[in-house]
Design a protein around this ligand. Structure first.
Ligand code: PMP
Length: 406
């Protein structure tokens, strides 16, 4: 993946950012999905300013932070987990690491299963290198990982059939009798991999297999949470998926740093020392998150994301139809990707995606890059975008792809 000179962003309003070059850009990447509601949202700004005006910016662990408690309550309400406990971090990476630490400790097993092509963050060793073993429980980290197939569009197993996926997972687990699996961790739609959804029923099938064996399910909803896919959580696209631990971050605090885990009490409290984080759940981020969550719920943004995502997907499908370099439009809700290919060989092609990414920017549209071969343009606009912005963004992207395909 290669990027040209990074664009300086000097201000933002609604779904538009002003670049250091003085131009306005329609943002279809939301600051890598962090600006879930767009820019300069009055409710979020006021919540942050209110907190700033108290003078209290310091953090959580040993004090009661009102906005943290409010956020924990709201997240508990929407988590779908019985008797849930939430823990806040500063990022998705830390939240994933927390979930893995808890799952491996709870299960007394270092074996974790993940999906091929998944991305769960950049640090996975911090706790393992800590000198004080109490933070590690019995010191089972780091984990041992096996991988099972991702969604059918990745074409790497399961034959696109729910039974096929379940069978692969069962075979993997049962091949080593007596080996306990701590957890399976999965993104319901693989974001960095290019917005690749799992097959209908695939996550539920995986969940059944791990729960039948008393293992845990960790849903990494860092990109798919808060309505982006058209449901509040991405895992809700399958019936009856009950995560034991749910990881969130990115858009939750309207652009400020915040992540976390919400999960079953027994798992969340299995370490001998309580988890602490100096800046996790800090007053500014949690105040912004309470305002963000209220905004999402009051305006039913999951439904809006579903609607706008269908319209955007259809416009992209229609506009890109027949282009030899376009492999497919994929994703769910407003977590979309366009996969590109080499027109001659049909192989995934990063060069085309990179060129389209550049052409979008030249036309005033910000999108992202991703994909297991770097061959996808990622489209994740703020959930507040208007119908006019759906049309304008789709037209700019189609125009850019046509320009490259010539
Ligand atoms: N999980 C997923 C699914 C992600 O997409 C990301 C970030 N792209 C992370 C975890 C890590 O989050 P962060 O960058 O906030 O550490």
């Amino acid at each position: 993946m290669s990027y040209r000179e990074p664009l300086e962003i000097v201000s933002g309003h609604g779904r538009t950012v002003r670049g250091g070059d003085g131009r306005d850009y329609l943002d279809f990447y939301s600051g890598v999905a962090a600006n879930l509601l767009g820019y300069d949202v009055p409710q979020v700004r006021e919540a942050v300013e209110r907190q700033l005006s108290t003078g209290v910016l310091h953090t959580s662990t040993f004090y009661l932070i009102r906005s943290q408690v409010e956020l924990a309550e709201r997240i508990a309400d929407v988590s779908g987990i019985d008797d849930p406990v939430a823990f806040f971090t500063c990022s998705g990476t830390e939240a994933v690491e927390t979930a893995l630490l808890l799952a491996t400790e709870y299960q007394r097993s270092r074996h974790v299963i993940a999906l091929r092509h998944s991305y769960h963050g950049r640090s996975f060793g911090a706790v393992a290198v800590s000198g004080d073993k109490r933070w590690q429980g019995t010191g089972l980290s780091p984990v041992c990982v096996d991988h099972v197939p991702a969604g059918p569009e990745q074409g790497d197993g399961g034959h696109g059939q729910v039974d096929g996926y379940a069978l692969e997972l069962e075979d993997l687990i049962d091949a080593a009798p007596g080996r306990r699996i701590a957890a399976l961790i999965a993104e319901p739609v693989q974001g960095v991999a290019g917005a690749v959804p799992l097959a209908d029923g695939q996550l539920a099938a995986y969940a059944r297999v791990v729960h039948d064996r008393d293992s845990l399910l960790i849903c990494d909803e860092v990109q798919t949470g808060w309505g982006r896919t058209g449901r509040f959580w991405g895992h809700q696209w399958d019936e009856d998926v009950r995560p034991d631990l749910l990881v969130f971050a990115k858009g939750v605090a309207g652009g400020l740093p915040l992540g976390g885990v919400v999960g079953r009490r027994a798992v969340m409290s299995c370490l001998p020392m309580p988890s602490i984080s100096t800046f996790g759940g800090n007053p500014l981020s949690t105040a912004a998150a309470v305002a963000t969550l209220d905004f999402i719920v009051e305006r039913d943004l999951p439904r809006r994301a579903g609607q706008a995502g269908r319209a955007l997907g259809a416009l992209l499908e229609e506009g890109l139809a027949g282009l030899a370099s376009v492999r497919r439009v994929q994703g769910r809700g407003l977590l979309l990707g366009v996969a590109f290919q080499d027109p001659a060989s049909g192989a995934p092609c990063a060069e085309v995606a990179t060129a389209v990414h550049e052409e979008c920017r030249a036309r005033g549209l910000l999108v992202g890059l991703g994909g297991s071969a770097g061959h996808c343009v990622r489209v994740m606009p703020p959930l507040t975008l208007t119908d006019e912005e759906v049309r304008r963004g789709a037209a700019l992207l189609v125009d850019a792809a046509r320009g490259v395909d010539r």
